[in-house]
Design a protein around this ligand. Structure first.
Ligand SMILES: [Zn+2]
Ligand SMILES: [Zn+2]
Length: 342
């Protein structure tokens, strides 16, 4: 079968033929229809410091996908050939304290699809049945392809109750934009999102952000004045991993404010901890999705009318992957889709 492979330990990706994945009695074989390109995939293509230590070659990339079940193992009872499915890209051990307690997203031995094992940028992908999410209601195929990052957005946005709250999101990448849509849909009063890309800020406006702010031009104090906030933001969603964004956020939170942090900083950086102490701020790290509370929430949010289609800004046939990756790497686009049936 065709697959997008990190063939050699150097920059680039290779479209090549690889054997179809093997499946055991508890596995599901999925014919991949569409996939989403993630920042993770861009790092692996570029072969930066993170990729060099996280990936061993050869590796089939990709963890964001939708597909159709092609075969199920003998022990799989509740998933059928022909079902439309997406996959949870974190494979957990099932044996550690957190797994046994039902907190699988906190597993210490998580293996990443398309990072620690072969992924979904291929004509077929195999997953344990416990990682397969069946779409039982009608869903747009492009949206179904990005359930994995949509789950990051939902997990982060719904980390703290936000009905009537003023929410600040730093970083208007696809996950930040989706988090803005979720926060508005879930009843936040104001959703302010910051970035330095006008194109991405415009996408955030399309999904309902109250104010999308170019922080290279004006500051959050100005945003607070404009929205007549007197005591700062109640909830912060940090999506950029950038030191100046977190510092800015901490400086603009209300006393007792709560911050959910998904953006992954590239290295250590100083933070004004005295401000965090005296403002009594809670910070929660977010990684992945809750299995499967987040997936349930994603499905019902879409059923309830949440519209993510503005986030998807490009679609390419899989053999045009170079152009698709180039567009995704501009940091001006929304989500880019690869079509594996074209
Ligand atoms: Zn991703
Ligand atoms: Zn575990």
């Amino acid at each position: 079968m065709k697959a997008l492979v990190k063939q050699h330990a150097e920059p680039g990706l290779w479209l090549t033929d690889v054997p179809e994945p093997e499946t055991g009695p508890g596995d599901v074989l999925i014919k991949v229809l569409r996939t989403g390109i993630c920042g993770t995939d861009l790092h692996i293509r570029k072969w930066d410091g993170w990729a060099r230590q996280a990936v061993s070659t050869p590796l089939v990339l990709g963890h964001e996908f939708v597909g159709e079940v092609a075969a199920v193992g003998a022990a799989v009872t509740d998933i059928a050939v022909g079902d439309l499915v997406s996959g949870e890209g974190h494979l957990v051990c099932g044996k550690c304290r957190n797994c046994l307690a039902g907190r699988r997203h906190l597993c210490r031995s998580t293996l990443g699809l398309g990072v620690g094992r072969d992924g979904a940028f291929a004509e077929y992908v195999a997953l344990p049945a416990s990682n397969v999410w069946v779409h039982r209601t009608k869903v747009d195929l492009d949206v179904a392809a990005i359930f994995d990052p949509f789950g990051n957005a939902v997990h982060t946005a719904l980390s703290f109750p936000l009905v009537g709250e003023d929410v600040l999101i730093t970083g208007a990448g696809p996950i930040g934009i989706m988090a803005a849509a979720v926060a508005r849909h879930a009843g936040a009063r104001n959703v302010v999102i910051t970035d330095v890309s006008e194109e991405r800020l415009e996408l955030a406006r399309k999904v309902g952000a109250t104010l999308a702010l170019d922080v290279s031009r004006s500051g959050l104090d100005e945003a607070q004045r404009q929205l007549e906030l007197r005591e700062g933001f109640d909830i912060g969603l940090e999506m950029s991993g950038r030191p100046e964004a977190l510092r800015d956020m901490v400086a603009n939170m209300t006393h007792g404010g709560r911050i959910a942090m998904l953006g992954l900083p590239a290295e250590e950086f100083p933070v004004d901890w005295s401000k965090i102490v005296t403002s009594m701020i809670t910070i929660k790290g977010i990684y992945g999705r809750e299995m499967y509370e987040t997936w349930y929430a994603m499905t019902v949010l879409l059923e309830g009318g949440l519209d993510l289609t503005p986030v998807i800004t490009g679609s390419y046939a899989y053999h045009d992957f170079e152009a698709a990756f180039d567009e995704a790497a501009t940091a001006r686009s929304g989500k880019i889709i690869l079509d594996w049936t074209a």
